[in-house]
Write a protein that binds this ligand. Structure first.
Ligand code: EPZ
Length: 418
């Protein structure tokens, strides 16, 4: 995979359009298998996790391809219940295919999903919920075998943690289960609401999405539709914290402010000037070193865990001591050791990242170890003086179409080197 060569120390200026949300697109691509006919998911970013999803869809017998910037998905009547290990292990989102394969084939064989190594990331909540709805599930060291020969039935199920993925799995299952399902303890992320919007447009009967409790009445059939996913709030946060770190004046278009409240609150606390000249447009100006800030991540609408490393990168040169407490994943700050290679003063203790802001980070050799940590290294390198080389960029490509272009179009100097 190509490496990123970054020359830091430049202000960021200009305008950038925020792409559609990776974490909305991925579950919707799986949910499209529940529909009769050809679904069209519009304006889908070119991400390696999307490529992996297309490969997975075709491997199980569906027809999935890109048409321009859209993705077309159509289930077939020759669907296969097994997901190749190479694909299920390549991303966390392979877990979303358990339910569509149960629906199409009466069974699903899948190895444990992959994904960024930011924690243990079990799928016990997915399994417990599906069992409550009548699925027979055997878990083996590397594979999960699910069966539902008579289909699924409605259930009352309470998630012990508002897991985004488990909520999405159980929404898809309840959409066609026989009878009513009441899900409590649901995740409330915007991507949940977007999946519900897609399923309702396909004919599902879902109430309460975006809240902690959902009521879903199963239906016989869902029909394919065209759907445009929500904007990617974490890509927006990436650009925003990049400006906070480097200074500058950047306008973001195609954003949804309401998805960014906690991020915008933190940016204001760091001294960024934010304004909303018109709907969907957000301008950020940063004319000084950021002020130190304290952040605690949490489930939506709290500060998003995925933006934690991005905030940390901006705090490396803040005036004073910053701290971010991670409450979702056990290993969110693998990037901290890499920050120190730029001269930053950062250390992790009990899932808290402590940062003593300094001025004068110097470029260096950095290794990405996960998606958002990799994006944080790009931000830190853009703020540092001199050149940096970033390896492990395959992690970054999972969630950003072309991070060099994303920052390059607002004045940053960085390029890919094969
Ligand atoms: C989704 O992951 C996102 N991925 C993640 O984004 C995001 O960080 C995460 O939600 C939290 O917002 C996608 O949507 C594809 P969870 P997911 O299930 O569904 C525990 C990115 O960078 N848990 O809400 O895997 C789990 O261990 C990625 O775009 C269980 O214990 O997250 C974690 O501690 C990274 N049992 C917590 O819940 C389960 O069955 C949150 O996980 C499921 C989860």
């Amino acid at each position: 995979m190509a490496e990123l060569i970054v020359t830091g120390g430049r202000r960021l200026e200009g305008s950038v359009r925020i792409p559609r949300s990776k974490n909305s697109v991925l579950p919707i691509l799986a949910a499209a298998l529940l529909c009769e006919g050809e679904s069209r998911i519009c304006d889908v970013p070119c991400l390696s996790d999307v490529d992996t999803s297309l490969a997975l869809l075709n491997a199980v017998g569906a027809c999935a391809c890109r048409e321009g910037t859209d993705v077309l998905v159509c289930a077939s009547n020759q669907m296969k219940p097994s997901v190749p290990d190479s694909l299920s292990g390549a991303m966390r989102s392979s877990v979303y295919y358990i339910v569509p394969l149960l629906y199409r084939c009466g069974e699903a064989h899948i190895s444990f999903p992959g994904g960024c190594r930011i924690g243990a990331r079990p799928i016990n909540l997915h399994i417990e919920g599906l069992r409550a709805m009548g699925a027979e599930i055997e878990t083996h060291p590397n594979t999960i075998i699910c069966r539902a020969p008579k289909g699924l039935h409605g259930a009352n199920f309470c998630l012990s943690f508002p897991s985004v993925g488990a909520t999405e799995t159980l929404m898809m299952a309840a959409a066609f289960a026989k009878g009513r399902t009441v899900l409590c303890g649901c995740a409330k992320e915007p991507e949940i609401t977007d999946l519900a919007r897609f399923l309702r447009r396909c004919g599902a009967r879902i109430q309460g999405a975006g809240g902690t409790c959902m009521t879903i009445d199963g239906v016989e059939r869902l029909k394919a539709v065209a759907h445009t996913p929500i904007p990617d709030r974490i890509t927006a946060a990436t650009v925003l914290f990049g400006v906070a770190a480097c200074g500058g004046d950047v306008t973001l278009t195609g954003v949804r402010y309401s998805h960014l409240n906690a991020v915008l609150h933190t940016l204001s606390a760091m001294g960024a000037e934010l304004c909303r000249p018109e709907p969907g447009v957000l301008r950020i100006q940063m004319e000084k070193r950021p002020d130190a800030a304290f952040v605690t991540t949490g489930v939506y609408p709290e500060f998003p865990t995925d933006a934690g490393p991005l905030f940390a990168a901006a705090a490396l040169q803040a005036t004073g001591e910053s701290m971010i407490r991670e409450t979702i994943f056990e290993n969110r700050f693998a990037c901290a050791a890499e920050f120190c290679r730029l001269g930053a003063e950062a250390h992790v203790q009990n899932s808290r990242l402590y940062i003593n802001g300094i001025s004068g980070l110097k470029g260096g050799l950095l290794a990405s170890q996960d998606l958002r940590g990799g994006a944080a290294l790009v931000i830190a390198a853009l703020a540092a003086q001199g050149k940096s080389r970033i390896t492990g960029t395959e992690y970054i490509a999972r969630g950003y179409e072309d991070i060099a272009q994303l920052f390059g179009r607002i004045g940053a100097e960085l390029y890919w080197e094969k």
